[in-house]
Design a protein around this ligand. Structure first.
Ligand code: ADP
Ligand code: MG
Length: 407
């Protein structure tokens, strides 16, 4: 397609509704006439599982849908997979309206384009690990030798080398979910739908799976919808997170946007215990560096500048404004005594440094090891800011009061 910067939309939901019951269309009319969800349930027995949901997922993105049990997450996934049809609204994959697909096309999409990973693994207990993984390829009619080779490759990828011939019931939960993941990946789908895929795992195993999965995604290019009821998992895995409640998306944004600005009381309640420092990036608390000097300047200028600005240190830069070191006022004074005329002689490559998009949390260990200031540098090592200790403390303490943007 085009070479523009704008990401390509892979999946698009437009005003999707799903109502369960014998006459969903009439229920839509009742909603139009102002009947509430509760009235509808009470008077007609219909359940409104998904209400007017719209979102786009970009190619290669990890899009998280988070919400409590019953909020409609699985219903959306099932609509995407055409296991069920929306009551109204449209779903597009690669700009193709799913409603226009015939049975064969739907089947082909499910076999080749979309894979699912479930919470309860859904493995065949009496098949070997490798035959479970090769299942999707078997359905596609791929010859045995070829599908086993592919399955073997994917098993390696998820860290299950050597377990090919075990039965799945012999494996731990974490390992079974690796098999589930390998099975989904074996068909090399463009889209992975993961419905609470890690939710049944013990916390430790679960974190490990999250890390490994994120790592694996640096090797394979997939568009992912990742469903969870766990906020910290959502914030860790998602490039964007949609938070659902009662069938509605109540907020959609980056993890940072959600933690800093929860849209309503419901989201506020979720994010109350999330440390800001885990998601707020360094650039939010960095300041312009107080004193910067070039390496060809001398210690007298350095002392003067630091005194003028009432600070105890200065950053030393090379001609490209790349950071070369930090010098303290005392070191500069000593250098004058020693007859040193250029700061380049004093550069020790000693600056503590961090990138602007790292979470604040990662500055804390740096700041704890030394009295030197922490420099913020861009990809080309150019100095773009500094982190003052007071700002760092504020950035961390704000979380103790819940959230500073809360009204
Ligand atoms: N086949 C169905 N028939 C009737 N109600 C359903 C059906 N599937 C889901 N629901 C209801 O729809 C709502 C949303 O369910 P679901 O999408 O499974 O939520 P989640 O995955 O967020 O836990 C719930 O109230 C659930 O009971
Ligand atoms: Mg569910």
């Amino acid at each position: 397609m085009s070479e523009t910067e704008t990401p390509r939309v892979k999946i698009s939901c437009r005003n999707v509704w799903k109502i369960f019951g014998h006459d969903p269309q009439n229920t839509l009319n009742l909603i139009q006439n102002g009947m509430t969800k509760e009235e509808i349930l009470e008077q007609t027995g219909h359940i409104i599982a998904v209400r007017d949901i719209s979102f786009d997922v970009n190619e290669g993105e990890i899009f998280v849908i988070m919400g409590l049990s019953g909020s409609g997450k699985s219903t959306i996934i099932r609509c995407l997979n055409r296991l069920i049809d929306p009551t109204s609204g449209q779903i597009f994959i690669d700009d193709v309206d799913l409603a226009t697909m015939n049975e064969t096309e739907i089947r082909m999409t499910r076999r080749h384009q979309i894979s699912m990973v479930f919470q309860q693994f859904a493995l065949f207990p009496h098949r070997s690990v490798i035959d479970n993984v090769a299942y999707g390829l078997e359905v596609q009619g791929i010859p045995k030798a070829e599908r086993r080779e592919r399955a073997w490759e994917v098993l390696n990828m998820v860290g299950l080398k050597g377990w090919e011939n075990y039965h799945t019931y012999e494996l731990s939960g974490g390992m079974q979910q690796r098999v589930g993941l390998a099975r989904a990946l074996a068909v090399d789908p463009e889209i992975l739908l993961m419905d609470e895929a890690f939710s049944a795992l013990d916390p430790l195993i679960r974190r490990q799976m999250q890390d490994e999965f994120l790592n694996l995604l640096t090797q394979v290019h997939k568009t992912i919808i990742f469903i969870t009821h766990d906020l910290s998992e959502a914030l860790k895995m998602g490039e964007r997170v949609a938070i659902m409640k009662d069938g509605l998306i109540v907020q959609l944004g980056s993890p940072e946007e959600i933690v800093i600005g929860p849209a309503d009381d419901y989201v506020t309640e979720f994010v109350r215990d999330v440390p800001r420092s885990k998601v707020v990036p360094v650039r939010n608390i960095m300041k312009d560096p107080a004193v910067t000097l070039y390496s060809w300047q001398g210690p007298k200028v350095a002392v003067h500048e630091m005194r003028q600005n009432d600070v105890q240190y200065a950053f030393i830069l090379d001609p490209g404004r790349r950071l070369r070191g930090v010098i303290t006022r005392d070191e500069a004074k000593q250098a004058i005594k020693d007859g040193i005329t250029r700061l380049s002689k004093l550069v020790k490559g000693n600056a503590l440094q961090i990138g602007p998009n790292q979470p604040i949390e990662e500055v804390i260990p740096l700041a704890a090891t030394s009295d030197n200031p922490v420099a913020v540098i861009d990809e080309d090592e150019r100095l773009i800011g500094e982190i003052l200790r007071t700002e760092l403390l504020l950035g961390m303490t704000r979380e103790d009061n819940g959230n500073d943007t809360k009204q």
